[in-house]
Design a protein around this ligand. Structure first.
Ligand code: COA
Length: 374
């Protein structure tokens, strides 16, 4: 890219490193993890199988997958000092801030030590993030000290079980499982790039994930699913939604859940989660949120030629599973931490400090002025 175009480029179109983990394809129209399409993964795989694929580079055998699920299940507990600290965090704290602190605290109590332990640390982080989030949530909101261990086989089931204190339905469990697969990995997005920059300094894995959580929190990145839900909830009918949206566009407001830095015509993850949203809408008898979502999607395309991104139908799908809106982005963390940590391991395997240059636009060399003469 020519230097003149750097002004507001946000590094678009610049190759900042190599990865074998995922690609949006040369034309930016598909998404594959280690060569497997997101369509196949969300149809045939589970989240734990996807994590194995990302971490170890190939699909697990049945035996490997069974053993892996058992291993992750045993890693869900929370160290007592972390529980103690989580109990001190008020209910008003943003759950993404809780996630950021929880990951960092885990690193205080169970430091990675050396890179030889990176898989163990990664699996521990992955398995305990939902427990730590929901321990804080249930304690701060309902005064309940939950047992962070459940018999649920998958992270999706475990999350829903801890949240609702009951066994989730098969549809809810699978919908969340698919959602975790869709959110698991996405090349050099902003939070992943944060994790890689941190990893390239040879810092520990908890620091990499903590930094990435902070980046994902921003509304232009992971926070969009919550903002999309807040918008959808404003409207009772499709007609009201269309008018409201047109008014927002008139005022040049950003519509959360639309547009993408890479995808222009469609986000391949959108159709998959949209189908799940439709299915859950039907099973819970929704006559409001899904039709409102559809008219917003249609109008955004007609008016702005902007496609719904992965976050938009996640909003209604999560809502239909009775997941509180404030937990939407933390769920994204539970999924994307697998991608972040895969990138940390990949960066470490062929590392060089990431240190770009800046085009200096400040003043020329100035003559020093003593303080009395300023
Ligand atoms: N609502 C309204 N207009 C939007 C828009 C949105 N969600 N996304 C992009 N646009 C507009 C921009 O204002 C810009 O218009 P302009 O040329 O008149 O200034 C044009 O479309 C091009 O968009 P641009 O900002 O260059 O795209 P980008 O690649 O820099 O940004 C996003 C990508 C994702 C940051 C951006 O689309 C956005 O902010 N979306 C909403 C947040 C979101 O859903 N994030 C989740 C991403 S997975």
């Amino acid at each position: 890219m020519h230097q003149d175009n750097l002004k507001s480029s946000g590094l678009r179109g610049m190759t900042a490193g190599k990865t074998a983990l995922s690609t949006v394809g040369k034309d930016g129209v598909g998404l594959t993890y280690r060569g497997y399409s997101i369509e196949d993964l969300s149809m045939y795989a589970g989240f734990e199988e996807t994590v194995w694929l990302l971490f170890y580079g190939k699909l697990p055998s049945q035996q490997e997958l069974t053993t892996y699920k058992e291993k992750l299940k045993k890693l869900r507990d929370i160290p007592e000092p972390v529980k103690f600290c989580l109990e001190k965090i008020p209910a008003t704290t943003h759950p993404m801030d809780v996630m950021r602190s929880a990951c960092s605290l885990l690193g205080d109590i169970e430091p990675e030590g050396s890179f030889e332990h990176q898989y163990n640390s990664a699996e521990r982080i992955l398995a305990s993030l939902p427990s730590m989030l929901l321990y804080w949530y249930q304690f701060s909101h309902h005064g309940i000290r939950i047992d962070p261990l459940t018999d649920e086989e998958t992270l999706a089931g475990h999350f829903l079980h801890l949240l609702h204190n009951k066994t989730p339905t098969a549809d809810h469990r699978r919908c969340l499982d698919v959602s975790l697969i869709l959110y698991a990995e996405h090349e050099f997005n902003a939070s992943t790039f944060t994790a890689r920059v941190c990893a390239a300094t040879l810092s520990d894995i908890h620091s990499c994930v903590t930094g990435a959580i902070g980046t994902l929190k921003g509304p232009l990145h992971g926070g969009a699913n919550e903002a999309a839900m807040e918008m959808i909830e404003r409207y009772q009918t499709p007609a009201e939604a269309k008018n409201g949206l047109l008014a927002m566009l008139e005022k040049k407001e950003k519509i959360m859940g639309f547009g993408h830095a890479i995808y222009r015509d469609k986000d391949p993850r959108n159709n998959i989660i949209k189908e799940w949203s439709a299915k859950l809408a039907q099973s819970c008898g929704d006559k409001r949120y899904y039709p409102v979502s559809e008219i917003i999607e249609k109008t955004m395309w007609e008016e702005k030629k902007l496609c719904a991104n992965a976050d938009f139908y996640h909003a209604s799908a999560y809502h239909f599973m009775n997941i509180p809106t404030k937990l939407f982005t933390p769920l994204f963390v539970c999924a994307r931490s697998s991608g972040w940590m895969s990138h940390v391991m990949e960066q470490r395997a062929d590392n060089r400090l990431i240190r770009p240059s800046a085009e200096y636009i400040g003043p020329e060399l100035q003559k020093w002025q003593p303080i009395e003469s300023r």
